[in-house]
Design a protein around this ligand. Structure first.
Ligand code: HEC
Length: 473
C-alpha cells in the first residue's frame, strides 16, 4: 500500500458535527431494531400462553401488539435503516467501504434473515387471525428467530469496529466476526431488546381499548417477565467493558469528559429503569399506567442513546480500531501523507471556494474537511474556532502538529508542513470572520518548526500521559 486513500464527496451538516448525525440516526435505528427483536420474543411467549385457548387475554393482546410492532419496526425501522446507509456514505464512505470489503457475505446473510423476518411478519399480519395456534406459533417463532439472527450478524460487524482482536493480525472474516466483544455485546443487546419490548408492551396494553383494569394488570404482569434478563445486564456490561482496548476504557473513565458523562448517563438511566422494573413490576407486581410506561420507555431510549454514544465514541481515534482512523485514513497512509500531502490532492471544491481570498486558505479548508470535520465543526458542536481561540499562532502550529498527543483520542496529523500551516491560517481567517483580504503566510522558520514537531509527534497514535501533555503546552 503506497497510495493515498481515494477521495469521496463529503456532505456537511453544520452546526451538527458529522459524527453526531450518524450517531443520532443510529440511536433511533438501534432502538427500533431492538424493539423488533424483543417484540418477536414477547409475541412467542404470549402465543404460548394463548395456545389451545389457555389464555384468551393473551390472544387479544397479541393482535394489538403485533400491529404496533409491524408499523413501528417495519416502517420506521426500514426508513432509519436506509437512512443509516445514506448518512454513513455522506460522512464516512471509507469506513463503509472497509466494512463491505471485509464482510461482504456477512451483509448478504444478514439481509436474507431480514427478508425472512419481513416475510414471516407479513404472513402473520395477513393471515394470523385465521390460522391454528400451531401455525401462529410457527410464524411467530420464524419471525423472532430471523429478527434475532439479523442482530447476530450485524453485531459481529459492529463489535469488530471496536474490538477487532485477532483480526488485526489474521485478517480473516471469522477472526473479525467472532471478535472479543462479540458475545458480551450480543447478549447485552438481547437483554436490552427484551426490556424494550416489555416496556412498549405496557404502553400498548394501556392504549388498547376493551380491557378491564384487572385484565390490564394481568397482562402487564406477564409482559414484565421479559424484563428478568435485565438482571444480567450489569455483569454483561462489565464483561464488554473488559474486552475493550485500554485506551478506549480510559476515555470512559475520565480521559474524555464527554465519554465519561455519557457513560454515567447510560449507567444512571439503566439503573433507574432496572430498579423500577425489577422491584416494582416484577417483585411487587405494581400496575403501571400509560404515562409511567411511556416515561420508562423514554428512559430506556436515553440509556440506549448514551450507551451507543459511548460505544461509538470510545473507538476514537479510529472507526476500525488499529486499522482506520476516524477521518478515513489508515496509519500507513498517514506516513505517505506526511511526505506527499493529502488535502492538496482532494479534487472536490469547497462549497464557497470562490469567496476564499487565497489558495492557501482553500487548502486549509480542504484539510479541515478531510481531517477534522468528522469530529469538529468550525463554530457549532465541538467547534474549532472556540477550541483554538485563545492559542497563539505558535501554539496552534505545535498542538496541531502533535495532534495525537494534544489529545490522544485524535488521530495524528495527516499531511505535510505546508498543509498544516494552511490549516492554521484557515482557522485564523475563519475565526477573524472570514475577511475579504488575507495574506498568504510564507514563513520558512515556521515551516521548519512545524516539520520538527511533526517528526517529533511521529505517525503512530498518541499515548502521552496527561501530566506530560500539560507541561508541554
Ligand atoms: C476522532 C475525532 C477527532 C478528530 C478526527 C479530530 N479531533 Fe480534535 N478533538 C476531538 C475531541 C473529542 C476533542 C475534545 C474536545 C473537548 O475537550 O471539548 C478534540 C479537541 C481538539 C482541540 C482542543 C485541544 C485542547 O487541548 O484543548 C483542538 C485544537 C482540536 N481538537 C483540533 C483538531 C484538528 C485541527 C483536527 C483535524 C486536523 C482534529 N482536531 C481532528 C476529536 C477529534
Amino acid at each position: 500500500m503506497d497510495r493515498l486513500p481515494a477521495f469521496y464527496p463529503l456532505n456537511d451538516f453544520d452546526p451538527l458535527m458529522k459524527g453526531m448525525v450518524i450517531g443520532g440516526m443510529g440511536i433511533v435505528h438501534v432502538f427500533l431494531a431492538q424493539f423488533a427483536i424483543g417484540g418477536g420474543m414477547l409475541l412467542c411467549y404470549f402465543q404460548r400462553l394463548a395456545s389451545g385457548g389457555g389464555d384468551p387475554l393473551a390472544r387479544r393482546f397479541i393482535d394489538g401488539y403485533f400491529k404496533a410492532l409491524v408499523l413501528v419496526s417495519f416502517v420506521l425501522g426500514a426508513l432509519t435503516g436506509v437512512g443509516m446507509w445514506l448518512t454513513a456514505i455522506q460522512v464516512s464512505p471509507r469506513t463503509i467501504g472497509v466494512m463491505v470489503d471485509e464482510f461482504h457475505w456477512v451483509w448478504a446473510t444478514e439481509w436474507t434473515f431480514f427478508c425472512l423476518e419481513v416475510v414471516a411478519g407479513y404472513a402473520f399480519y395477513r393471515c394470523g387471525a385465521r390460522l391454528s395456534d400451531r401455525r401462529r406459533m410457527a410464524l411467530l417463532a420464524m419471525y423472532s428467530v430471523a429478527a434475532w439472527f439479523s442482530l447476530f450478524w450485524i453485531n459481529g460487524i459492529l463489535s469488530w469496529q471496536l474490538t477487532p482482536g485477532a483480526w488485526v493480525a489474521e485478517r480473516t472474516v471469522w477472526s473479525g466476526f467472532f471478535n472479543p466483544g462479540f458475545w458480551p455485546s450480543l447478549l447485552y443487546r438481547t437483554a436490552s431488546s427484551m426490556t424494550i419490548a416489555a416496556l412498549i408492551a405496557c404502553i400498548v396494553i394501556n392504549a388498547m381499548p376493551g380491557f378491564s383494569s384487572d385484565e390490564r394488570r394481568a397482562l402487564i404482569r406477564r409482559a414484565s417477565n421479559l424484563m428478568l434478563p435485565m438482571l444480567f445486564m450489569p455483569a454483561l456490561a462489565v464483561w464488554y467493558f473488559l474486552t475493550m482496548p485500554a485506551d478506549s476504557r480510559s476515555w470512559m473513565l475520565g480521559g474524555s469528559p464527554a465519554m465519561s458523562l455519557f457513560l454515567a448517563g447510560a449507567a444512571g438511566s439503566s439503573m433507574l429503569l432496572g430498579g423500577y422494573a425489577l422491584v416494582g413490576l416484577v417483585r411487587q407486581k405494581l400496575y403501571i399506567n400509560g404515562a409511567t410506561a411511556t416515561t420508562l420507555t423514554a428512559l430506556a431510549l436515553a440509556a440506549t442513546a448514551c450507551g451507543e454514544f459511548v460505544r461509538e465514541g470510545s473507538r476514537k481515534p479510529y472507526t476500525v480500531r488499529e486499522s482506520l482512523y476516524a477521518n478515513s485514513i489508515t496509519p500507513e497512509e498517514v506516513k505517505i501523507a506526511r511526505v506527499a500531502g493529502w488535502a492538496r490532492h482532494d479534487p472536490y471544491p469547497l462549497p464557497d471556494e470562490s469567496e476564499y481570498p487565497n489558495p492557501q486558505l482553500v487548502l486549509g479548508g480542504k484539510g479541515f474537511r478531510l481531517q477534522c470535520s468528522v469530529c469538529h465543526t468550525l463554530d457549532g458542536a465541538n467547534g474549532l474556532t472556540h477550541l483554538v481561540g485563545t492559542w497563539s499562532l505558535e501554539q496552534r502550529r505545535m498542538n496541531l502538529a502533535m495532534l495525537q498527543h494534544t489529545k490522544p483520542f485524535m488521530p495524528p496529523f495527516a499531511g505535510d508542513a505546508e498543509e498544516l500551516e494552511a490549516l492554521v491560517q484557515f482557522l485564523g481567517w475563519h475565526g477573524a470572520g472570514r475577511p475579504r483580504n488575507w495574506t498568504m503566510s510564507n514563513d520558512a522558520a515556521a515551516l521548519s518548526s512545524i516539520r520538527a514537531w511533526l517528526d517529533e509527534a511521529g505517525t503512530g497514535p498518541g499515548t502521552v500521559p496527561a501530566a506530560e501533555r500539560q507541561g508541554r503546552r
